[in-house]
Design a binder for this molecule. Structure first.
Ligand code: UD1
Length: 431
């Protein structure tokens, strides 16, 4: 099992290339199940979650081919993958494969829409709250599926095909919107999704589905309309840049000070987070190359944030922002409204000497002058990133254990940080 050693202190200076977004790559890969033609995805990040999903899709009968490296490619250049679901051999997604990554549950939508049935294990994934799938199933039922739950599996059936309908989400759900959108593309007739998630990854999926021949209007707003078609074709699509990776590195620079160009990043994908980072005292300059983050002098200013569905402050950056606030010159309040148990990083940040008090869905952070390096444990994907933010500015050595959580969502993290002057290395312990 690997761990990461960080010695805090150095300012970060240089260039960090931003990878394709994990949370767009996963639904885009799943969309390959909707067609018997080839879907080519470019700029796919090299991540454990992407590899795991390739295994799941392979089990369904999807053939895939990953293009080899081209001369002059940088080690961080995204990969191009061709997915071909001509023959789906299995409409079951088993527990062993699905339990490790929640998003893999979403295969239920294209399998059901194209094959008329799907049997998918109830999901696992990050241990942040209960994370039910009731709304995903409600959406499929609205489209005419019958749903049974048996021995930990959801069995969805629509032997005559799905039928368009109105789907009204009582709560904004990214996975629910992806699921409804994919299923509706092959349903007969018209579907209206109300209170849809507006995340950029939804827009990226819709753009790709439209290239495949789907008829979709309104993605990126809270009402999405889909006119079902009988068949979708192939397409070529490049995954959009990862806004969570972008925000995480921006917070690292705001924490250590320095001057870093986040190459390929798009400010419009994370404006609310960039606003919070600039309120904390860093300068954000956005241009054609990417986003430059500069903090030369002056301390970190405390800033209050509340997580909200897009375009609000993303829950996936909450932990990292709390890491930054641990060294602010005063008190900040961080409210988590999306997931009920997403404060597991608090006790690990306390190991650096951070002062954080929890009051229901609110963390009250009192900034300290210095953090001290410590052995810490990554608990989930984004929480682990907050430990990296803290470690980069902490005095002395930090060992982050259980880095497989980081590997799920951050490509070449230690190389990207080391290239900007951080003292960081991976230690492989074998076993
Ligand atoms: C996606 C992201 C995840 C991010 C989250 C919120 C991916 C692969 N993952 O997760 O990184 O943190 O959006 O931005 O894109 N809910 C229900 N019933 C349901 C579904 C969801 O009650 O059937 C609740 C959840 O418990 C949560 C809220 O709705 O409180 C939002 O969850 P959702 O947007 O669905 O998150 P995911 O799609 O799982």
């Amino acid at each position: 099992m690997d761990r990461i050693r960080i010695v805090g202190g150095p300012q970060l200076t240089g260039v960090i290339p931003i990878s394709g977004a994990k949370n767009a790559a996963l639904p885009l890969m799943i969309a390959s199940l909707l067609t018997d033609a080839t879907l080519t995805l470019e700029n796919l990040p090299r991540l454990a979650d992407v590899n795991q999903l390739l295994r799941i899709l392979g089990n369904q009968g999807v053939d895939y081919r990953i293009d080899g490296k081209r001369p002059g490619d940088s080690p961080t250049a995204g990969q191009t993958v061709h997915l071909d679901a001509r023959r789906i051999v299995d409409t079951t997604a088993p527990y062993e494969l699905v339990s490790r990554m929640r998003a893999s549950f979403w295969v239920i939508a294209p399998l059901l829409a194209r094959m008329g049935e799907a049997k998918v294990s109830l999901p696992g994934g990050c241990a942040i709250g209960t994370r039910p799938v009731d709304l995903l199933l409600m959406a499929l039922e609205r489209l005419g599926a019958s749903i049974e739950i048996e021995a930990g599996y959801v069995i969805a059936r629509a032997p005559q095909g799905l039928r368009g309908n109105e789907i009204d989400f009582p709560k904004v759900t990214v996975g629910g919107t992806h699921t409804a959108l994919m299923a509706a593309t092959l349903a007969k007739g018209h579907t209206l999704i109300r209170n849809a998630a507006r995340e950029p990854e939804i827009v990226d999926l819709a753009d790709c589905l439209i290239k495949m021949g789907a008829k979709i209007k309104g993605a990126g707003t809270s009402e999405i309309e889909v006119e079902g078609v009988s068949r979708l074709g192939g397409a070529r699509h490049a995954v959009l840049p990862d806004r969570i990776e972008t925000g995480t590195y921006a917070m690292c620079v705001a924490m250590t000070g320095g001057d870093v160009m986040l190459q390929g990043a798009r400010a419009d994908l994370l404006q609310s987070a960039l606003d919070a980072i600039s309120a904390s005292g860093a300068q954000i300059i956005s241009n054609d190359e990417g986003i430059r983050v500069v903090r030369k002098s002056g301390g970190i200013v405390p800033v209050d944030v509340t997580t909200e569905p897009y375009p609000g402050f993303p829950t996936d950056l909450q932990a990292q922002f709390m890491g930054l606030m641990t060294m602010a010159g005063g008190e900040s309040r961080i409210r988590e409204t999306i997931f009920e148990n997403r404060f597991m990083h608090v006790q690990e940040l306390a190991r650096f000497g951070a002062k954080i008090r929890l009051d229901n869905d609110m963390a009250i952070v009192t900034g300290v002058r210095t953090l001290k390096g410590a052995p810490v444990m990554a608990t989930d994907l984004r929480a682990s990133a907050s430990l990296v933010v803290a470690a980069l500015a902490a005095e002395g050595e930090t060992i982050v254990n259980r880095v497989y959580h980081l590997d799920r969502g951050f490509e070449h993290l230690e190389q990207k940080l080391a290239a900007c002057g951080a003292i960081v290395e991976r230690q492989s312990l074998g076993g």
